[in-house]
Ligand binder design. Structure first.
Ligand code: AP5
Length: 220
């Protein structure tokens, strides 16, 4: 945390579909942080067909995690570009990534201010993700029922036709939930032991959840 108490470095943790991306955009804007979403960064590489994109596409489509060394390289560069003030959405996701993040931060004399865990039950996750639509251009996220675009499946911000993510098929969602339980959930205890974990109920209105997050961060 900065000398004046401002929050500078956050991690958002939670199962797929918990609302990490939705809330990360709002909270990062409120706190003046750069949102670094591993999923968005990797999907853009896939869309552009870069060598990195070709390497990660198969893992993402299957709902599996991309190997740690690939993610670490991408995130180290992104955090440096962000000048040390960032909100990490979707990273770290394994104990190995969390330990590497510690080393990376320590080498720069940085530390995490908090880790926000968004909690949502599995049944609601499947409902959220099967009706999610995203803008492939500006990355804005919609939900066909809870947060629909104004015009039929076209982005409100940039007019681009919305798409469904290939990993938002029910079978792949269930696989992603299994991967979360096996590989990412151990991070809850890891950050709880360090006194960094802030649990937030991820069910309810989007605005209300943003208020809850800012409250646990001492920012509202
Ligand atoms: P990533 O893109 O990070 O996917 P994820 O963690 O599965 O999370 P999602 O983006 O699905 O959900 P979210 O929590 O952001 O929810 P959202 O706000 O969109 O990762 C994708 C893949 O990339 C991974 O499977 C892996 O292959 C790879 N990858 C990424 N990071 C990696 C890493 N560190 N290591 C290795 N591999 C990695 O909301 C979901 C829906 O719900 C939306 O439709 C939204 O409108 C709606 N919604 C949001 N809030 C509410 C609310 N309060 N009420 C009702 N609906 C809501």
């Amino acid at each position: 945390m900065a000398v004046n108490g401002a929050v500078e470095r956050l991690v958002f943790l939670g199962p797929p579909g918990a609302g990490k991306g939705t809330q990360a955009s709002r909270v990062a804007a409120h706190l003046g942080l750069v949102k670094l979403s591993t999923g968005d960064i990797l999907r853009e590489e896939v869309r552009q067909g870069t060598p990195l994109g070709q390497k990660v596409e198969g893992y993402m489509k299957a709902g599996d995690l991309v190997p740690d060394p690939v993610i670490l390289e991408v995130m180290e560069a992104a955090m440096t570009r962000a000048g040390g003030k960032f909100l990490l959405d979707g990273f770290p996701r394994t104990l190995g990534q969390a330990e590497s993040l510690d080393q990376l931060l320590a080498a720069r004399n940085w530390s995490l201010d908090a880790v926000v865990l968004l909690e949502v039950p599995d049944e609601e996750i499947v409902e959220r993700l099967t009706a999610r639509r995203v803008c492939p251009r500006c990355q804005r996220v919609y939900h066909l029922i809870y947060d629909p675009p104004k015009n039929d499946e076209v982005c409100d911000e940039c007019g681009t036709p919305l798409v469904q993510r290939p990993d938002d098929q029910e079978e792949v969602i269930r696989r992603r939930l299994d991967v979360y339980r096996a590989q990412t959930e151990p991070l809850v205890a890891f950050y709880e032991r360090r006194g960094l974990l802030r649990r937030v109920n991820g069910q309810g209105e989007v605005e209300e959840i943003t208020r809850r997050i800012l409250h646990v961060l001492g920012e509202a």
